[in-house]
Design a protein around this ligand. Sequence first.
Ligand code: COA
Length: 386
Amino acid sequence: MTDYQPGLEGVPATKSTISYLDGKRGILTYRGYRIVDLAEHSSFEETAYLLLDGELPTAEQLSVFDGQLREHRTVKYNVRDIMRALPVTGHPMEMLQTAVASLGMFYPNNVPVQIRSPGDESERYVHGQSVRILARMATLVAMWQQMRLGNDPVRARTDLSYAANFLYMFSNGIEPDPLTARIMDACLVLHAEHTINASTFAAMVTGSTLAMPSYVIAAAIGTLAGPLHGGANEHVIQMLEEIGKPENARAWLDKKLATKEVIWGMGHREYKVKDPRAIQLQKMMMELAAARGTASPIFETAIALEEACEETLAPKGVYPNIDYYSGILYREMGIPTDQFTSIFAIARTAGWLAHWREQVSENRIFRPTQVYAGEEMREYQSIGER
Ligand code: COA
């Protein structure tokens, strides 16, 4: 194949058994299980096991895996010292990439990462590293939230679920109520995996060199940080704040569409119907509003804008994507806007690690080709002759 496809659009770059997306029918499955079922009935711990291992765990397998995740929640004081040296004005994603990259230095290991047969030393290593990195991601994000406010990070608790402990550490030791913890848990499930996207591809390319996992996840974090990948939910919040109230939605939309501006959180390259994850997030937002007895004005504005988009954008197959409602939910949970992508990274680490494991189980280093469009061979001229 010699045709160049910008962005590798439509070019299969791997064969994977991890997730499947049908954009016309609005279906996303992890290992064959519908995302809706996982968000409603599973937990992030169980979903991470499913992604990494391929099957839903038995009660005993889940208990062991969950125990391992709880055991590895803390990080060495050296990592905390590195974080202390970082400027509090830096973006949380920059901190996260730095901290994750440093893990390789503080937790060194020289086991080869190429899995040759199920259960071999490398597979045990890959599993062990996956547990450690996944366990520490939430810790790092939560620690930074307090450290940048000038507080000492809160010690992880092992008696709380992954999501509840994250919120507890993130909010300076305030334990979340069960509904908030469950919503965060479902948000992590919904963001955990999404076939082969830019950050997952970055993880696979780095993994294909048999680099250590701290490099793999650091590469993926850097890729997720770009505004074309993570981060659209931050823009959704700014957009809804600009609209101000539900009554303004239609006029605001007409003005933006007239000047061909992008409506944030709307549209998706793959989904041509409403993103199943957006449906689920909206449902949870309604649940939260019902529990509180009031819907936040920003949520009502989002509903009004979605209704307005029904007439103009829906006929083009443009509907809310995952970012449309996720930021609103996070905001309701008291999470600052610049931490939205870090939470995405915590969740997506499960998917990145699953793809890393799949990659190193049947590895071939990525080495695509190129269509050369440069100069013919020519003679070097010394600087005085140019
Ligand atoms: N706002 C306004 N118009 C949009 C739109 C949006 N968010 N998304 C798509 N459209 C329009 C396109 O301009 C195009 O219009 P045209 O046919 O009149 O030229 C039409 O809908 C079809 O779009 P399409 O080409 O299928 O979209 P895409 O695959 O090129 O783009 C995105 C996909 C995600 C890049 C795009 O929808 C977008 O920029 N969305 C906003 C950013 C966002 O929320 N990103 C997070 C994605 S999870």
